[in-house]
Write a protein that binds this ligand. Sequence first.
Ligand code: NDP
Ligand code: GDR
Length: 376
Amino acid sequence: MSSQIQDTPAPFIKLNLPSPEEYFKRKVALISGITGQDGSYLTELLLSKGYEVHGIIRRSSSFNTGRLHHLYEDQHERPNKFKLHYGDLSDSTNLVYIIAQVQPTEVYNLGAQSHVKVSFEMAEYTGDVDGLGTLRLLDAIRTCGLEKHIRFYQASTSELYGKVVETPQSETTPFYPRSPYGVAKLYAYWIVVNYREAYDMYACNGILFNHESPRRGRTFVTRKISRAVADIHLGKQSCLYLGNIDAKRDWGHARDYVEGMWMMLQQSHPEDFVLATGETHPVREYVEKAFAVVGRQLRWQGNGVDEEGVDTKTGKVVVKVDPRYFRPAEVELLLGNPAKAEHVLGWRRKVDFSSLVKEMVEADLKAAKSLVEDQN
Ligand code: NDP
Ligand code: GDR
């Protein structure tokens, strides 16, 4: 009711804003998590669409902008179109400052401690950044009085489904997260829905199933496999150690998925959408396909923790199961239904499973070869 809305606190900061016409004439995006896999692809997409792109980066003692390097170089061609700001989702004051300074038209909250297994070891931190961090960013927008000026995208996840209740999983499937990461993202999902309903904000959850690319972090299973296959093929590594190879995932390409994120913010009203391929594959199939890219066939022997993958040509064991990589609670099966996104947004994934595996292995092979050449 409108009387309730009037009772909510007024913005703490009075910004000197341009008129609404002037404000919305601009296309200004702010991305948290810009240094990650999705952040880099989204930045490319938005720059190509003429946006001014601002990103939040964490101070690090080591170089953490590798995925943005090519865009940085381009910056000289496009002055003032791409800017990075130091910040952190655990620092409210900093978020308010960045929002006030940038005055974005779209905010993409991609920042997160995004590793499921690590979240069991850093549960509180993951809850703070992935859950409360989302609240902090939403509140920073309200603190600046910009809740009617900004469209907000939240990186929600298929990890919300967790334990299988039904398949394929859609926007109406009940959630049952199975990790501190999933539980933190559940809080983030609902605080986005709540702020949308309470404050009439344009805020959306993209419930994205796994998406990968040559820029995927090296400890996620697809990239771990593609790198190992390249190194084994070049004789730089002898064996790949994995956890649960029977887990099934719905894997797409990150470039396709960032396009869906942008589409969600271009609608007449905010809604939540699943992005998925509608196909599921076990980890072992990814392994087999990845070895096949370099012309090697695998034969499996043994079972459970003693299962091994043997290269049929050399007879050598190239894959072993290591319980160290098992999770205290596992998400066994993910299979998404992208029908709503396809119908309402007109979104389509372009890259299929086999092409994804091929692209990742070939990219790692190229990188590993050039490293060998550099060393020689
Ligand atoms: P990455 O792990 O590649 O990137 C995560 C980003 O978040 C990095 O830029 C990282 O910075 C940043 N970050 C981490 N902690 C903080 C913090 N405390 N404050 C600010 N930024 C922080 O993830 P992806 O690109 O793969 O995923 C993007 C988002 O989408 C994440 O929220 C993830 O949980 C979610 N998601 C991902 C899916 C996938 O399959 N890729 C599927 C569904 C959801 P730094 O580089 O310094 O570490
Ligand atoms: P996931 O991705 O947990 O689905 O989260 P990950 O690639 O880590 O695991 C996928 C499946 O592979 C199994 N697995 C292994 N995983 C890793 N990392 N390392 C291994 O050695 C290994 N062996 C088997 C896992 O047990 C799991 O079942 C990703 C992240 O990007 C999240 O941020 C995002 O929300 C979800 O995808 C959707």
